[in-house]
Design a protein around this ligand. Structure first.
Ligand SMILES: Nc1ncnc2c1ncn2[C@@H]1O[C@H](COP(=O)(O)OP(=O)(O)OP(=O)(O)O)[C@@H](O)[C@H]1O
Ligand SMILES: [Mg+2]
Length: 223
């Protein structure tokens, strides 16, 4: 349903991704892991079409709709909107956006918060509201960039339970630093560190995680 063929992308100074070839099948649940700056967000933006590959090609089934839950930044909660309005932004052109936003809020179990300012939501509720926003267009693919970052354990579990309820109905692509959870939840894991490798959850052992998140002890030049 989505295929990247030998895709490379760099920003002005940095080569972010090199020679990436992956195929994503309908209704797969994909977890993306990798160190800070490894290129995870860049990979999502290429998949979404926000960035164009410098070499290689991306082939997408033209019928797919993608919902996107971006990586959060501190300032994202300063706008004076209600929860319903925030969710409605997921499909501003829909005439019946209020009904659709309510339906989306029901899916994430937040309907009772519709008329509260979204700045009053807890971290976990806010993430679920952002997922509701991404579900407004009834996407066949849901892309989430670190949806559980900065959440306490209970709120993380709420988000994962929500994703579990969507699993097998839509394709889910989720970036997370929580390797343990990823291994338990997803069908397949992509490790992104300039290059992308694909593994099955049972192939990821702790040893591998250590290698991924820590710099090599010896610098290549010193060897
Ligand atoms: N808009 C940009 N302009 C220039 N360089 C960028 C830009 N966005 C990302 N980069 C660089 O590209 C590389 C990959 O960044 P990216 O945001 O994809 O990493 P990431 O894996 O999502 O990291 P994190 O875990 O911190 O979110 C990094 O070296 C980063 O500094
Ligand atoms: Mg990122």
């Amino acid at each position: 349903m989505i295929e990247l063929r030998d895709v490379s992308f760099g920003y002005d100074q940095t080569m972010a991704l090199k020679g990436v070839s992956i195929k994503i099948q309908p209704n797969e649940y994909i977890g993306i892991i990798g160190p800070n700056g490894g290129g995870k967000t860049t990979l999502l933006k290429l998949t979404l079409g926000f960035l164009k590959p410098q070499t290689g090609t991306i082939i997408k089934n033209p019928d797919i709709k993608i919902g996107y839950v971006p990586q959060l930044h501190r300032f994202d909660r300063l706008f004076p909107l209600s929860v319903l309005e925030l969710v409605g932004l997921g499909d501003v052109r829909a005439k019946d956006w209020k009904q659709k936003a309510f339906a989306a809020l029901e899916k994430v179990n937040l309907a009772e918060y519709a008329y509260r300012p979204f700045s009053a939501l807890s971290g976990g509720q806010f993430q679920r509201a952002l997922i509701a926003r991404a579900l407004m267009t009834e996407p066949s693919v849901l892309v989430l960039d670190e949806p559980t970052a900065n959440l306490d354990v209970d709120a993380q579990e709420d988000v994962h339970a929500l994703l579990r309820s969507l699993k097998k109905q839509i394709t889910i692509i989720m970036v997370s630093h929580d390797l343990q959870t990823i291994v338990n939840e997803v069908d397949r894991i992509l490790c992104v560190q300039g290059k992308v490798t694909s593994s099955l959850p049972n192939e990821i052992c702790e040893h591998f995680a250590v290698g991924l998140y820590h710099k090599p002890l010896l610098d290549k030049e010193q060897k």
